[in-house]
Design a protein around this ligand. Structure first.
Ligand SMILES: [Zn+2]
Length: 245
């Protein structure tokens, strides 16, 4: 006789049968997504799109944190329209000083996603993720150009080193309300960032680590920058991992 919980469990898995038809993606991989926990920094269209994609993939817990109460409220409404029976979603307002708050939010989280529009939050996220040894899936867009980059502790340079590598040390200190972006490009970033999260949580496929994908939305050009390894003398991405061996 089939128990009620077995029926519930098979119903739960059946909701994700489309991705479970992929060769190499089975009950184990889907089960890991059910147990996965993700922190999304930001609550704009990009963050909401990532949250919805993660719900549709069956990720178990999502926390969305932003400095904008207005964006958080819009995110709550937007995501509320989507059926997400297997995902627990919570919302958190970030306020200064944010470092401690981001650290607390990152506890019991498997992957951090940077979907925030300000470099202040992006760099704090990089510092916290590396210190707590959690992967950070970063993206940035400005005008019609964007990039996506996974910071995997011990395998990738941190965002502070990345800014130097990309000669972006004088990055614009954007205010959240003044950032330009295109929803179509943000949808592309959301797809790449969600795919990275799904791969890292499930163990399916190969996650990026020292490669940055740059997309020019207008020309359609794609470029991959490789070899973005940890900088040995960096106190964030290099030294702690060299000491740990
Ligand atoms: Zn570094």
């Amino acid at each position: 006789m089939v128990s009620e919980s077995e029926t519930d469990s098979s119903e739960r898995f059946s909701r994700y049968q489309r991705q479970m038809r992929l060769p190499g993606f089975g009950l184990v991989e889907q089960g890991r997504l059910f147990s996965g926990a993700v922190l999304i920094l930001g609550a704009s269209f990009l963050a909401r799109s990532i949250a919805i994609c993660l719900c549709q993939s069956g990720v178990g817990r999502i926390k969305i944190a932003s400095q904008s109460l207005n964006e958080l409220s819009q995110a709550r409404q937007f995501i509320g329209l989507v059926e997400a029976p297997d995902t627990k979603i919570s919302f958190q307002l970030l306020s200064d000083p944010m470092m401690l708050q981001i650290e607390e939010l990152t506890e019991n989280i498997d992957v951090v996603v940077d979907a925030d529009s300000t470099w202040q939050v992006k760099l704090l996220a990089s510092d916290v993720a590396l210190r707590m040894r959690k992967p950070l899936i970063h993206s940035h867009s400005t005008s019609s150009r964007c990039h996506v980059y996974s910071v995997v502790p011990g395998r990738s340079m941190c965002l502070r080193c990345l800014l130097t590598e990309l000669e972006m040390e004088d990055y614009p200190r954007e205010e959240a309300g003044s950032v330009s972006s295109m929803p179509a490009l943000e949808s592309i970033l959301a797809g790449f960032q969600t795919l990275e999260v799904v791969k890292l949580l499930s163990g399916f496929g190969v996650s990026q680590g020292n490669e940055l994908l740059r997309i020019d939305g207008l020309s359609g050009e794609l470029e991959v920058l490789r070899g973005l390894d940890p900088s040995p003398d960096c106190p964030d991405c290099g030294i702690p991992f060299l000491i740990a061996g």
